[in-house]
Design a protein around this ligand. Structure first.
Ligand SMILES: Cc1cc2nc3c(=O)[nH]c(=O)nc-3n(C[C@H](O)[C@H](O)[C@H](O)COP(=O)(O)OP(=O)(O)OC[C@H]3O[C@@H](n4cnc5c(N)ncnc54)[C@H](O)[C@@H]3O)c2cc1C
Length: 402
């Protein structure tokens, strides 16, 4: 590979593809290439998620997540309409299963109001009318939540990008980056590529790509958390109409196992959150010596383990025992039986963790000479991807004085 490129975007997940588009919207004359080590786009987080278009009820009002979900979902919906892609704003319910959860439901309702997201309070009878098979004392109905297949969004992005002259280099792994005065020389497993600048949207590997480019990311590392799903057998799909969520545990950074209608009509139950022993470890038996030893010997892991060990033991138990997974689901849907659950594919979240063991909650970015790095883009980054992309493109041009 020897041809000259202005900007190389590393990563053909939804954040990388949307960023290439945003860079092009700012200057259509740029020569952009998108590089991914996999043979197809959206191969990792983007292609293995719950497919939810989030409404933005959970996030601190002043956070980047709150702002970018609000802006990003509007841009996403406009993109879906423009390309005639299938999506369904089916709404979701967040359920208080018992009376002692009402205080948390109140707090979430207030948070939704603070974020200007309309919600409707449902009592037990109103919940039953919408979701006859779901058990709860009260719920919030969030009409602005929806579903889409993010792989189809990526396919449409690829179509737009290639039509505009962007080259996708798939099956190419970036292994290093040498930053010069006016160029960056990328080392890849297919040879060198000289580019004007790079944008790192490497997801589960973004910290390593950033380190290779000499970026200072304040010691932030990626910790992989697998999210495992089951699927409802076709005969049990009638048990769920909407997306059905439990109330999030305020002491745990993930949303809790929920029931999600997918755009193909299937219903997914999950994801849980267990440590993955490999960055792209989709099963317990996927183990990387490098990734595992990095996790095991890092002080931050032990800080994290001290904080969450009780919850993680529960998560691991539910991962290893489908009976325990079912028990968690039956809190929401007591009619479910073992015969209703089938195993399904899992995803791995790229969760950034600071040296002191804090899990980064908000989206995070870093600059280094001739480079911008997306260093934390966990859920709801698919929903927010178009706003993240606009932020990154703006940041890139500012950093390069363009
Ligand atoms: C289980 C799960 C459920 C989720 N549910 C939702 C949801 O319902 N709604 C929502 O909005 N968000 C959800 N998310 C979050 C969302 O999917 C991610 O935040 C989003 O997809 C991140 O996109 P990305 O492009 O940053 O990362 P990815 O999609 O992981 O893309 C990164 C790409 O970089 C490539 N790459 C990495 N290193 C290199 C290298 N060295 N050289 C070349 N290529 C490289 C990888 O191959 C990969 O294709 C979920 C995530 C998970 C895991």
């Amino acid at each position: 590979m020897s041809d000259r490129v202005d900007i190389a975007v590393i990563g053909a997940g939804i954040v990388g593809l949307a960023t290439a588009r945003a860079l092009l919207l700012r200057d259509p004359t740029r020569r952009i290439t998108v590089i991914d080590k996999e043979a197809t786009p959206a191969h990792h987080q983007t292609g293995r998620n719950s497919g939810v278009i989030h409404s933005g009820i959970y996030y601190k009002p002043e956070s980047g997540k709150a702002a970018m979900v609000a802006a990003g979902r509007n841009d996403l919906l406009a993109f879906l309409d423009h390309h005639g892609l299938t999506y369904d704003m089916c709404g979701k319910v967040v359920v208080a299963v018992s009376a002692d959860e009402i205080g948390r439901l109140d707090a979430l309702e207030q948070r939704a109001t603070d974020n200007d997201v309309p919600v409707e309070r449902l009592d037990r009878a109103a919940l039953k009318a919408r979701e006859p098979h779901i058990e709860g004392v009260a719920a919030l109905l969030v009409p602005s939540a929806g579903i889409v297949d993010y792989r189809t969004v990526c396919a449409a992005l690829v179509e737009e990008l290639t039509a505009a002259g962007v080259e996708l280099r798939l099956g190419v792994t970036v292994t290093g980056a040498k930053v010069g005065d006016a160029t960056v020389t990328l080392a890849t497993d297919r040879g060198r590529l000289r580019v004007g600048s790079i944008v790192n949207c490497g997801g589960l590997h973004c910290d390593r790509v950033a380190a290779a480019a000499g970026a200072d990311t304040d010691g932030i590392r990626i910790m992989p958390f697998r999210g495992e799903y089951h699927e409802l057998a076709p005969h049990a799909r009638h048990l769920v109409n909407h997306l059905v969520y439990p109330l999030p545990d305020p002491d745990f950074p993930f949303l809790g196992v929920h029931l999600t209608r997918m755009i193909d009509g299937s219903i997914h139950a999950g994801p849980n959150a267990v440590p993955a022993l490999k960055r792209e470890g989709y099963r317990w038996r996927d183990i990387s010596a490098r990734d595992t030893s990095e996790i095991a010997f890092s002080r931050r892991t032990w800080v994290l383990a001290r904080k969450y060990w009780r919850k993680e033991i529960g998560e691991i138990h539910r991962s290893l025992s489908s009976r325990a997974f079912l028990k968690a689901l039956r809190r929401l849907c007591p009619e479910l039986t073992r015969a209703d659950l089938e195993p399904s594919a899992s995803g791995v979240r790229a969760q950034a963790i600071a040296p002191d063991g804090t899990l980064l909650d908000d989206f995070a970015f870093a600059d280094s000479p001739r480079a911008v790095h997306v260093i934390n883009a966990p859920s709801p980054a698919a929903t927010a991807s178009f706003a993240i992309a606009a932020t990154v493109a703006e940041r890139h041009d500012r950093a390069l004085g363009l």
